[in-house]
Design a protein around this ligand. Structure first.
Ligand SMILES: [Zn+2]
Length: 100
């Protein structure tokens, strides 16, 4: 996080987050019954609003899931064998599964 709104208490600058890009209305019949994926006014960051491929994006705090801090991976996969984005995901998943 590089900035938070004045009413945000759940997150702080410096936190790492994953962002659900879907923007639900929370008012339609589907949202009210827990079927947000069928939202009648569905929108998404990077699809119906700007920010999906930008260096910085603004997201509602409800769409942000705080991630644990983590150190850099011990080894980095070769960029010729594995795209950087995939490597980052793989590295994070392996840390989630770690038992020690
Ligand atoms: Zn809705």
């Amino acid at each position: 996080m590089v900035g938070v709104g004045t009413q945000v208490t759940e997150l702080s600058v410096g936190d790492r987050v994953a962002v659900d890009p879907s923007l639900y209305c929370y008012e339609c019949r589907y949202c009210r019954t827990g079927h947000n994926n069928l939202c009648e006014r569905w929108a998404a960051i990077g699809v119906t609003t700007a920010g999906g491929a930008a260096q910085f994006a603004v997201a509602p705090v409800a769409n942000c899931v705080k991630l644990p801090s983590m150190s850099a991976p011990r080894t980095r996969p070769s960029s010729s064998r594995c795209p950087a984005r995939y490597a980052a995901t793989t590295s994070y998943q392996s840390r989630l599964g770690a038992t020690s």
